[in-house]
Design a protein around this ligand. Sequence first.
Ligand SMILES: [Zn+2]
Length: 416
Amino acid sequence: MELITILNRCHRFRGFVYQHAHFSADKKSIEVAVRPRKGSAAVCSRCHLPAPGYDQLAERRFEFIPLWGFLVFLLYTMRRVNCRRCGIVAVEEVPWGDGKSTLTKAYMLFLARWARRLSWKETAEAFRTSWDKVFDAVEHVVTFGLEHRVLGQIDAIGVDEIQYAKGHKYLTLVYQIDLDVTRLLWVGRERTIESFRGFFTVIGDELASKIVFVCSDMWEPYLKVIREKCSEALHILDRFHIVAKMNKALDEIRAGESRRIASEGGVPVLKKSRWLLLKREENLKTEQRFRLRDLLRYNLKTVRAYLLKEAFQQLWDYNSPAWAGKFLDDWCRQVMRSRIEPMKNIARSLRQHRELILNYFRAQKLLSSGVVEGLNNKAKVTTRKSYGFRTFRCLELALYHSLGKLPEPKSTHEFF
Ligand SMILES: [Zn+2]
């Protein structure tokens, strides 16, 4: 069986024929010559319709999916057309390429699929190509996906922030969190009012007005935009964000107290206690559980803060907003007497957002809980996996690619 037969089977295009395949001079790659079928007119790349020929350009190489350790290139001499409809001389459009990239569309889809499983760097290494080409491939597939995705009705959204560039910069992410569809809808720079408004510009007022639930954290710019754009929706402060905030406060208290003990030359009881205190008790190993119990005997600020945090967990067991509200008020009152400033700050902010927190209980049955947390974790993995993503653009593409559930360009064959 010849290579041309295989190509005709999996990557055939009307108007073009595979002429012959041969090795390159160094025998490292296979080159396949392609030419237009006799009598078939070139297609104008501007209006996508056939047009009379004008001249030919130099031969171009389009990289195809490698085969048995050989790189594969399609060689084709591009024609130019004199398009009367467009009133210009334009380069022809070829069905296997996108006009900009040196990669064939089939190879771009192939690389992009691998780049969802591996890091971009690993993908480049595995297929003996460059990081830049993997970038091009992902960009091609994501651009197609964003142009062709159907937004449809959106019932619930979650807005979230993640840090990148060693924690110096923020991104705003908006997820769709309907019961049957969860996906990343939008990525924006920074976490400002302007950036979050950008999402609503993309989906338009019509869709925005039909959103029923919005989940967010207590970040004031988000709250403001939600009041402005989704005034009819039930706004919910997400459980995950509240827990995360409390853990951050506890960690601060522990670090401060640990430093103080060290500077006073005391017994370093808080040493290596970080995860003991941040993890839920049921997730600790037996040995850790003993150490935690031991630690809780000390009269430390950290221990008191830990106990307050643990007591707070009971809130999420309530079904009725009224009882949850009563519990929340009691808890806040207790914290305000604790003289632990970071915890008092949390209590103040919970009091301030009391109604939004209770909305969690009003919507509990209607939202899949923990979904924002799950998406947030995936987004963090994507940003971590990609230490090569220094720019916003790379990160944006990688996030859409792994979490956007975008439609993919059609392929002539299922290459694997
Ligand atoms: Zn044209």
